[in-house]
Design a protein around this ligand. Structure first.
Ligand SMILES: *Cc1c(COP(=O)(O)O)cnc(C)c1O
Length: 481
């Protein structure tokens, strides 16, 4: 929630209290240098013991509620017919409005099942923007991923409230070009992850649905960050100012033929699910489920997580929960902008994002500026962010790098985990880094997996810039900071 202070300032305030904590430490800069060298300048390869703030992702790292933890204690571990599943089914009906629900172990497992059912060589899947695992699964099944976002969606400094919208003219053009029967589905991703957690509007989803329906093309919504998208609709879209998050989510779902989600985001658990009102899709999904995930009543999830997801679905439509991360991110982005850090605006729903091409203009995309910025910020702060740029794009069929549309360093703000002091600290270290950016150089791969290389690939700092940056930091703050 945002409260107005007597001096007029707006303060994001926690609508929960902390009752369990996890200790963290600030490893000294020498330790950080050694850790990032060993990690191949890839923040995914760092260990928790070498981190101060883990802002890699909001995936599975959100604080759970007391009610979620309590629900885990009463789960039903039956292999088949477990009651936990039927509780989930009831919550899916109540919150999302769907009669059928298929649990899966993660969001990408849901994408895998969707690929099995809908994706064929020669078909296309238009969408507002891809997600890494989405693109991998659909393209491995032969479907071309087409991003049809509107003009300005990739402008990092913007006041466009809905950069996650689909351009309807481009959608019509794709249907014309491929023919409706060769368009596997239209995918809308809530709070579009890779372009900075940017939402789509209700009006846009409604119109996408109308176009798709006219051509008998299914609409699939990736609901991983649905509660944040609903919160942005309430904050930014005319006519929704006084509508509850629950009602907004329900309306969004009424425009979808099939939805899926990673439970690791909005619902604050670890797992995933698919849901639909179409018995045909349910039967098709159910057929593949035992092969890849597990029996229909657990789908590869632990029954404890199913119970927690059931509670998480109901909690995510509470305004105080839906806003918990978004309001802190707004504060984070405001602070960055005030201090001259090239942050992505408007603030999005899962992280503060820094435009690495503006932060490190001297590093060409072939030397991965976003990866360099994530590594440099870790060195300067102990905070771990994530590269969302060319490293996150796999090579094309000729082995060439595919330059990413954006080079972003993403600093995730997991729900209900970090405080304003943590955010202020990270902003301060970004300010220091900006003043010393000439010391930061590019990166080069030395070990590169063929698919989703960003996860475990290893790189080196060109001309050994890591050591130089660590030395400059030590000169300003001493060895222990
Ligand atoms: C995280 C995420 C996924 C993948 O989910 P996993 O649970 O990590 O497999 C898919 N889509 C979006 C938008 C996501 O944020």
């Amino acid at each position: 929630m945002i409260v107005k202070l007597s001096n007029g300032r707006e303060l994001p305030i926690e609508m929960h209290k902390v009752r369990i904590v996890q200790k963290t430490t600030l490893p000294p800069v020498g330790q950080r240098l050694q850790a990032i060298e060993e990690a191949g300048y890839n923040t995914f390869m760092l260990r928790t013991r070498d981190l101060f703030l883990d802002m890699l992702t909001d995936s599975g790292t959100n604080a759970m509620s007391d009610n979620q933890l309590a629900a885990m204690m009463v789960s039903d571990d039956a292999y088949a017919g477990g009651e936990s599943y039927y509780k989930l089914l009831a919550a899916v009906k109540e919150i999302l409005g769907f009669d059928y629900c298929v649990p899966a172990h993660q969001g990408r497992a849901a994408e895998h099942l969707i690929a099995k059912i809908f994706c064929r060589p020669g078909t296309a899947a238009p969408m507002n923007y891809h997600f890494t695992t989405t693109k991998a699964h659909f393209e491995m099944a032969g479907t071309k991923v087409l991003e049809i976002f509107g003009d300005g969606a990739l402008e990092t400094e913007s006041d466009n409230p809905f950069k996650g919208n689909i351009d309807l003219a481009k959608l019509e053009a794709v249907i014309d070009e491929y023919g409706a029967d060769k368009v596997a589905f239209v995918r809308m991703e809530a709070t579009t992850n890779l372009i900075g957690g940017q939402p789509f509007s209700m009006a846009n989803l409604r119109e996408v649905r109308q176009v798709a329906q006219r051509h008998h093309i299914p609409v699939i919504v990736d609901c991983s960050l649905i509660s944040e998208n609903a919160y942005f609709i309430r904050r930014r879209e005319k006519g929704y100012e006084n509508v509850s998050i629950a009602a907004i989510v329900k309306e969004m779902m009424s425009y979808a033929d099939l939805i899926y989600l990673s439970g690791r985001k909005s619902t604050c658990v670890r797992g995933g699910l698919l849901a639909t009102n179409d018995p045909k899709y349910f039967e098709q999904l159910k057929a593949w489920l035992p092969v890849y995930e597990g029996f229909i009543t657990y789908g590869g999830m632990s029954s404890k997580e199913i119970e927690a997801m059931t509670v998480g679905l109901r909690e995510m439509v509470d305004l105080d929960v839906a806003s918990s991360s978004a309001d802190l991110i707004q504060y984070f982005v405001d602070q960055m902008v005030e201090k001259g850090i090239p942050a992505v605006t408007p603030a999005g729903g899962l992280a503060g994002h820094v435009d690495a091409m503006k932060f490190l203009p001297h590093i060409p995309q072939s030397q991965y500026p976003a990866g360099a910025l994530a590594a440099a910020l870790y060195l300067a702060s102990g905070a771990r962010g994530m590269e969302r740029g060319t490293i996150s794009m796999d090579r094309d069929e000729h082995g060439n790098d595919v330059p990413s549309d954006l080079e972003l360093c993403r600093l995730a703000v997991p729900r209900r985990v970090y405080s304003i002091a943590h955010i202020d600290y990270v902003v301060d270290r970004l300010v220091w880094l900006l003043a010393h950016r000439d010391l930061v150089g590019g990166l080069k791969f030395i070990q590169e997996p063929p698919v989703l290389r960003f996860f475990t690939g290893k790189l080196v700092a060109l001309d050994g810039w890591g050591q130089k940056l660590a030395d400059a930091f030590r000169a300003d703050f001493g060895e222990r900071m």
